[in-house]
Design a protein around this ligand. Structure first.
Ligand code: UDP
Ligand code: MG
Length: 139
């Protein structure tokens, strides 16, 4: 299992507010190389499947609504210790708890609409990357 890649989404709120450029700038400045990237719009079935691990949680319905209401930027990022370092860069799930300077502190509105996704393990990074990209779209 490789340890130098993670998967991210710039979520619909970040895209709607015009924050794609600023967030990508921060990601690049933090030493991540872009391996794959696209603007895409998840279907309801896509979002239900992507977040299936949360299907029993009370926020699942709202999460699926939110993640399908507009396009997202999906990307694979490469850096040594990618998963952990990217989770540090984005900050806590709830922006109210996120450290100063983190992407969620700067751009997220709430625990639900929190601007960005980051994989939580090397295994999930691989699964989530394969969910959105074929091998021919990874560079
Ligand atoms: N979420 C939510 N309410 C909660 C917890 C999570 O709406 O109480 C949403 C939020 O968009 C979060 C996503 O569900 O990013 C996945 O939750 P997870 O606990 O995996 O947080 P993450 O890994 O994104 O920090
Ligand atoms: Mg998570």
């Amino acid at each position: 299992m490789r340890t130098d890649r993670t998967f991210t989404m710039l979520k619909p709120d970040a895209v709607e507010k015009g924050h794609i450029g600023a967030i990508l700038e921060k990601i690049n400045a933090s030493g991540f190389r872009i391996v794959a990237m696209k603007l895409t719009h998840m279907t309801t079935n896509d979002a239900k499947a992507f977040y299936a691990v949360h299907s029993e949680r009370p926020f699942y319905g709202e999460l699926v609504e939110y993640m399908t209401r507009g396009p997202i930027v999906a990307a694979i990022l490469e850096k040594e210790n990618a998963v952990e370092d990217f989770r540090t860069l984005i900050g806590a799930t709830n922006p109210a708890d996120a450290a100063e300077g983190t992407i969620r502190k700067m751009y997220a509105a709430s625990i639900g609409e929190n601007a960005v996704h980051g994989s939580d393990s090397d295994e999930n990074a691989a699964i989530e990357s394969a969910f959105h990209f074929s091998g021919r779209e990874m560079f």
